[in-house]
Write a protein that binds this ligand. Structure first.
Ligand SMILES: [Zn+2]
Length: 303
């Protein structure tokens, strides 16, 4: 093992030292490459060596990549396929914005963590929010600037200098399972929220029915995911960071039929046909798999 990775002595969520081995890894993480951690990677079933916390049930990569190593890899990620699904992703993000607007007295400043190509920010601005965000990938930051005239901060949320108590809303869609520092990320989200501000968090649910049925073929088991949350570990993470859950639902993904079929090897010949591909890209599928949490949590008074 090199110094790129570190063994955990304590649970990254609740700090308990009572850890046990959960699953043996199924890929050689010593050779981890940037293409294995991009959003649209399809290396399902590839997991790190996983440990489980006996107290909060959190499941996480152990050894875990050190922040400086994984952050440097994320800054180099390029993922042109991500924005091809902008329309489907927009539908999901509009649902999130509508929920935030119901939970808050007014639209104010919103901060998106792991903003990718800025799709959520663009929609938020159209709806009257003052929206900003941060993204690690230099490619995604350049893409957002060129295509949407959106200027994202390039860097890592956990270490970014951001003004405290400044935002009414923080969004973290598919972010927390990628960071080796979930407690620090959550504390930072709490710190930058104004009193009464709301965090929206979306992350896969390892206890979901879809996860149990799919076993090792669950599509969230992939090299980019360093952590697998369940309701008890998420509750712990949020309450320790000074949040109170105010709304919880299951996240439904919207993708094109092309995207879904391109994830499945059997359909290779079909999606390579240009006419078929163009047709499939126009069909929207809403996947109500119920295997991700969509949680809204309010900054607790005095936190
Ligand atoms: Zn724990």
């Amino acid at each position: 093992m090199t110094e790129k990775f570190a063994r955990a002595e304590r649970c990254p969520v609740c700090s308990s030292p009572r850890l046990r081995s959960h699953k043996k890894g199924t890929f050689d993480y010593a050779l981890l490459k940037k293409d294995q951690i991009k959003i649209t990677d399809s290396e399902y079933g590839k997991v790190w060596d996983l440990s489980e916390c006996r107290d909060c049930g959190h499941i996480f990569a152990d050894p875990c990549p050190r922040p400086e190593f994984i952050f440097s890899l994320y800054s180099q990620v390029e993922d042109p396929a991500y924005d091809e699904e902008a329309e489907g992703r927009s539908r999901n993000f509009l649902g999130i914005l509508a929920n935030l607007e119901k939970l808050l007295p007014a639209r104010g400043r919103l901060f998106d963590v792991g903003a990718a190509t800025g799709i959520l920010l663009r929609l938020a601005r159209e709806r009257g929010w003052s929206a900003e965000g941060i993204e690690a990938s230099e490619w995604a930051v350049a893409f957002a600037a060129e295509n949407y005239a959106i200027r994202l901060n390039q860097g890592f949320f956990e270490e970014a200098p951001l003004a405290p108590s400044s935002y009414q809303a923080v969004t973290m869609v598919d972010f927390i399972e990628h960071t080796p520092m979930p407690r620090e990320a959550m504390a930072k989200a709490n710190k930058i929220l104004a009193p009464g501000g709301i965090l929206c968090l979306v992350t896969p649910d390892i206890h979901s029915r879809a996860a149990r049925l799919a076993g090792m073929r669950w599509w969230h088991l992939r090299p980019g995911h360093l952590a697998y949350f369940s309701l008890p570990s998420l509750r712990k993470l949020l309450s320790e960071a000074g949040f109170e859950i105010v709304k919880r639902k299951k996240y439904a993904w919207t993708f094109s039929a092309y995207y879904v079929l391109s994830r499945i090897r059997t359909f290779g010949p079909l999606i390579k046909n240009r006419r078929a591909a163009s047709f499939l890209k126009r069909i929207r599928l809403k996947l109500a798999l119920g295997d991700s949490f969509e949680i809204y949590a309010k900054k607790s008074p005095g936190s």
